[in-house]
Write a protein that binds this ligand. Structure first.
Ligand SMILES: C[S@@+](CC[C@H](N)C(=O)[O-])C[C@H]1O[C@@H](n2cnc3c(N)ncnc32)[C@H](O)[C@@H]1O
Length: 175
């Protein structure tokens, strides 16, 4: 796939050619010439850094209803987000922190990942207890199926929160 630099260069060359052809053209050249598309602001569309730093997200997590009911889970979610922030490239991270497009998350202009954490915290808390009970009972590692997984935030948090040696696999299913 072409990089934005390569696209810029190609478009700039076409713009120069277009400028060159602005002078009246004759014969076949006038018929076959197609003007280039406008030059997009490729660099302006992708910010160099996200304003949603892990520190800012931690502060925002503290304001969530889930943080009142599940304070330890909320603290761990802050650690997880810090790891993801280091791990994922900016274009992926940007998808985590873009504003939620529905419900309370949208009204409060909450990053998508926080909206999903807030909504999935009760499920995550039960999942942690269930896996721990299974481990204590000496059962084999569990398989978890995340039905209607969407982007997959719930499964992603689960994969970070649960003991890896007691989870055989997490399956994500969406239509
Ligand atoms: C609100 S989203 C879930 C978000 C998810 N909790 C997360 O962490 O990203 C609901 C999802 O259910 C999926 N869905 C709805 N009906 C479905 C069906 N019948 N079978 C499979 N997936 C379905 C939709 O495609 C959508 O992605």
């Amino acid at each position: 796939m072409a990089t934005s630099d390569e696209l810029h260069t190609a478009l700039q060359i076409r713009c120069q050619q277009f400028a060159h052809h602005q002078s009246p053209v004759q014969g076949d050249e006038a018929v076959s010439f197609v003007p280039p598309p406008p030059l997009p602001h490729l660099d302006a569309e992708v910010p160099a850094t996200s304003r949603w730093t892990p520190e800012r997200l931690r502060k925002a997590i503290e304001t969530l209803p889930a943080a009142v009911e599940f304070p330890e889970l909320a603290r761990r979610a802050g650690d997880i987000l810090e790891r993801w922030h280091r791990r994922f490239p900016l274009n992926v991270w940007s998808r985590f922190v873009k504003f939620a497009d529905s419900g309370t998350g949208r009204k409060l202009q909450m990053p998508k990942v926080l909206k999903e954490f807030n909504e999935s915290a009760p499920v995550l808390a039960r999942l942690i207890d269930w896996v721990e009970a299974s481990r204590k009972a000496g059962e084999p590692p569990v398989a978890i199926i995340d039905l209607c997984s969407g982007f997959g935030f719930l499964a992603m948090f689960a994969s970070e929160l649960l003991p890896a040696e007691h989870v055989e696999r997490i399956y994500l299913v969406d239509n």
